[in-house]
Write a protein that binds this ligand. Structure first.
Ligand code: NDP
Length: 473
């Protein structure tokens, strides 16, 4: 009996995705560059073993699948994907579908899509979020390609995806690079979410001198309210956990140096290219970079002096309430930026990205899943996803309630010397966004002064120059 689908790359994501597909009743052929991994994978597949066809070559893989063949590639992003596509082209035939499910840069996806055009093969660029657990039991799936190609793989993808109150978290989002672009912005938002949580943790740790086990219930409590989300839930769990070796809280023995694989940086690069401010995401990416300069930071601490802990005083209950609302306000601004970047890309590339659908398929399965995304889905459902999230009526109400807290927390953190780059960027974005009369009249005056760039007037149409003479320039 032939398999219905194939998968290349039995790493963390690929192996779990393959088990998920098999579990949903599909016969799947698998191949991995290192053959011993394929054997070990089948050996450990338990009851699902019968639905898995191990293959030792791509020719064997192609032969094991019933045409037209859908083949998922889940290998390291970049060159390995191009190599697999090149090798697969020789083995596949017309109407077969290649699905790249890794974290591709969407520019690569667009290029691969173009390269395969006219070959008879169909290409799908698919973003998958949810880590290991999501891949195994239900990820969020963001698909880019032709609508016709989506129709051909829709059944299996919706079957393996996460469900939010029964609704599958898998959808076709637009042509070629749309799925991978949306996945990239998902990750950019994830960076901002994580950074803002880390900043709040920093205020609790260094500002209030609270121990991990005292902070854990704070996050656990917030997880019951408006901040309810996977990232808040795991933050509480992380803070509860002890290191097996030393018995110390595990967060206290982890080095404060964050890694990154590129999607956060890509979000920022694309936002800049599109001319859409994504300052909270930028701050989060920069914070990870700065965190990696550990030796330099230690030297700087010596040069400038160590700040004492427990620098924030006052009524703790009120402060905790403020921290919760500050995080919520920061989150609103970060999501507004992420969705604005997607709106910008949608216009630039003519994708027509369905914002309400994006919010809906992020409600379960993915790393940023939360109750908040249901609120966004609802707001976008009403507005069609057009315009900045900060202008949706429900968000105006929420932000009016929450921004005073963000203001107080950023101010207190600044006074205490506690870095809150993402929260303060979120606040600055909000303050600049809601200011009807900004300060760029000064920028325009300066530009005209030194470069004769001209300016517009508030009281007349046309281009004007200031009264500054040549002698100043
Ligand atoms: P792993 O490191 O666990 O696995 C990598 C896989 O890629 C292995 O099967 C490896 O084969 C294969 N591979 C690497 N280089 C080549 C090559 N040159 N030719 C052929 N195969 C190659 O990675 P993950 O499963 O974590 O990630 C896979 C993709 O999924 C990446 O794009 C990643 O960014 C993305 N992703 C990961 C998530 C996660 O939480 N881990 C979440 C969402 C997406 P071999 O065994 O022979 O080395």
């Amino acid at each position: 009996e032939k398999a219905e689908i194939g998968l290349i790359g039995l790493g963390t994501m690929g192996s779990n995705l393959a088990l998920n597909i098999a579990e949903k009743g599909h016969r799947i052929a698998v191949f991995n560059r290192t053959a011993s991994k394929t054997d070990a994978f089948v050996e450990n597949a338990g009851a699902l073993k019968g639905r898995i066809v191990p293959c030792k070559s791509l020719a064997e893989l192609a032969d094991a699948i019933r045409p037209p063949r859908p083949v998922i590639i889940m290998v390291l992003a970049g060159k390995p994907v191009d190599e697999q596509i090149a090798a697969l082209r020789d083995e596949l035939s017309a109407n077969d579908i290649i699905i790249d499910a890794g974290n591709a840069n969407f520019h690569d996806t667009v290029r691969r899509f173009t390269e395969l055009q006219g070959s008879g093969l169909t290409f799908i660029g698919m973003g998958v979020s949810g880590g290991e657990e999501g891949a195994r039991h239900g990820p969020s799936i963001m698909v880019g390609g032709t609508q016709e190609s989506w129709t051909r793989v829709e059944d299996v993808l919706t079957a393996i995806s996460a469900k939010y109150k029964g609704e599958p978290c898998a959808a076709w989002l637009g042509p070629d690079g749309a799925g991978h672009f949306v996945k990239t912005i998902h990750n950019g938002i994830e960076y901002a979410d994580m950074q803002m949580i880390a900043e709040i943790y920093g205020i609790l740790r260094d500002g209030l001198a609270m121990a991990p086990k005292e902070i854990a219930p704070v996050f656990a409590g917030w997880n019951e309210g408006r901040l309810n989300s996977y990232l808040i839930e795991i933050t509480a769990k992380v803070l509860e956990a002890d290191d097996a070796e030393t018995g110390k809280p595990v967060v206290d023995i982890i080095l404060d140096r964050a890694g990154q694989k590129g999607t956060g940086k890509w979000s920022v690069i694309e936002a800049q290219q599109l001319g859409i401010p994504a300052t909270a995401i930028e701050a989060a990416v920069a914070a990870r970079v700065l965190s990696s300069f550990k030796a330099e930071r230690l030297a700087a601490e010596k040069a400038y002096g160590t700040l004492e802990v427990e620098r924030i005083s006052g009524a703790k209950d009120a402060l905790l309430k403020d921290l919760e609302l500050a995080l919520f306000a920061g989150k609103i601004a970060a999501y507004a930026q992420g969705f604005a970047v997607m709106e910008g890309a949608s216009k630039e590339f003519g994708w027509n990205l369905p914002m309400p659908t994006i919010a809906r398929i992020w409600r379960a399965g993915c790393i940023i899943r939360s109750q908040f995304l249901d609120t966004i889905a609802e707001a976008f459902g009403k507005s069609g996803g057009k315009g900045n999230l900060l202008m949706a009526p429900a968000f105006i109400t929420m932000m009016k309630e929450a921004h005073p807290s963000l203001r107080r927390i950023v101010a207190r953190a600044a006074e205490a010397g506690l870095p809150v780059p993402a929260l303060s960027s979120a606040l600055a974005y909000f303050d600049a966004y809601r200011q009807g009369r900004g300060t760029s009249n000064m920028i325009q005056a300066q530009r005209d002064f030194f470069g004769a760039h001209g300016f517009e007037r508030i009281d007349a149409e046309g281009a004007f120059h200031g009264p500054w003479g040549m002698e100043q320039g």
